[in-house]
Design a protein around this ligand. Structure first.
Ligand code: SAM
Length: 285
């Protein structure tokens, strides 16, 4: 896709403040997309090192170079542990990386529920994997608020993946207890939820608070970790939530071939928590 000359006239750098005092920046080789939806400002730029970079309201969502760390770790732990994942729901994830990873498994159907049709439109043009994934007959796209969709849908799911943005704007609700309860009510028996949970270091308070309600809701609720070089401080947290499924028993035969990061050993290591996180989770709030 050719860069837009008019857009390129202005922008030389994309800067994300991850705290008030530190962050990450990308020099801009080209601006590929810039637009505003009713929910957020959407930008896709090209950077010399990281390739295409998606930003929403100036916050980095994904880069072409390192997106595999995040998407593989969000998707495969849950799908490798579930005995027979057939129906999979993704909430958020409009860049399509999670959908692409789900479709590597022999699932019957995968729903992608993204609130912002313009994110889909922009990513379909600039992230080739989304276009390819949406052509898969097993994929079904709904442009809808995940919080409303989950109340209205009749289907139940084996695995639900929450690929939300950080808790600001329409994404805030996706990090709350009430929403997690609704997700649980749409799980088939033996189902698993995996959700992105934020930065290991910057969101410790939120991990501690979440762990209190997650422990109430699920017999097996846990955190696991994976690196994402361009996310705040580089180490990311995820939740693995289930009443029945053992998070430490991935089936090797069910791990797709050709992945860049995830394997059975990485899986086990991801559930080993550093002392400072384990202690905060134990203490709760
Ligand atoms: N991996 C990314 C991260 O951690 O920054 C998240 C990527 S994905 C682009 C997040 C998507 O969630 C966005 O496209 C956003 O529009 C979508 N989203 C936010 N709130 C939503 C909601 N209530 N229902 C469905 N999708 C939502």
């Amino acid at each position: 896709m050719k860069p837009d000359k008019a857009l390129n006239a202005k922008k030389t750098e994309a800067r994300e403040y991850q705290t008030a005092a530190s962050g990450i920046f990308f020099t801009v080789k080209d601006v590929l997309y810039e637009g505003r939806s009713e929910f957020q400002r959407i930008e896709i730029i090209r950077n010399k090192d990281y390739g295409r970079v998606l930003l929403l309201d100036g916050l980095l969502q994904t880069t072409e170079r390192d997106e595999f760390y995040y998407h593989e770790m969000l998707v495969h732990p849950a799908l490798a542990c579930h005995p027979r994942p057939s129906k999979v729901l993704i909430i958020g994830g409009g860049d399509g990386g999670a959908l692409r990873e789900v479709l590597r498994h022999p699932v019957e159907k995968a729903w992608l529920v993204e609130i912002d049709g313009r994110v889909i439109e922009a990513c379909r043009r600039h992230f080739p994997w989304l276009k390819a994934a949406l052509k898969d007959p097993r994929a079904e796209l709904a442009v809808a608020d995940g919080n409303v969709f989950i109340e209205e849908v009749r289907e139940k799911f084996d695995v639900i993946l929450v690929d939300s943005s950080d808790p600001v704007g329409p994404s805030t609700v996706l990090h709350e207890e009430a929403f997690t309860r609704k997700l649980k009510s749409r799980l088939n028996p033996g189902g698993v939820i995996a959700a992105q949970a934020g930065s290991l270091m910057l969101h410790l308070d939120s991990h501690a608070m979440k762990s209190v309600f997650l422990k109430k809701l699920f017999r097996r609720s846990g955190f696991y970790l994976g690196p994402v070089p361009t996310y705040p401080v580089g180490m990311w947290c995820y939740n693995f939530l289930s009443d029945d499924v053992d998070p430490l028993a991935p089936r090797r035969t069910r791990i797709p071939k050709g992945l860049k990061y995830y394997n059975a050993e990485v899986h086990r290591a991801a559930f080993a928590l550093p002392n400072f996180l384990a202690e905060r989770l134990k203490k709760g709030k």
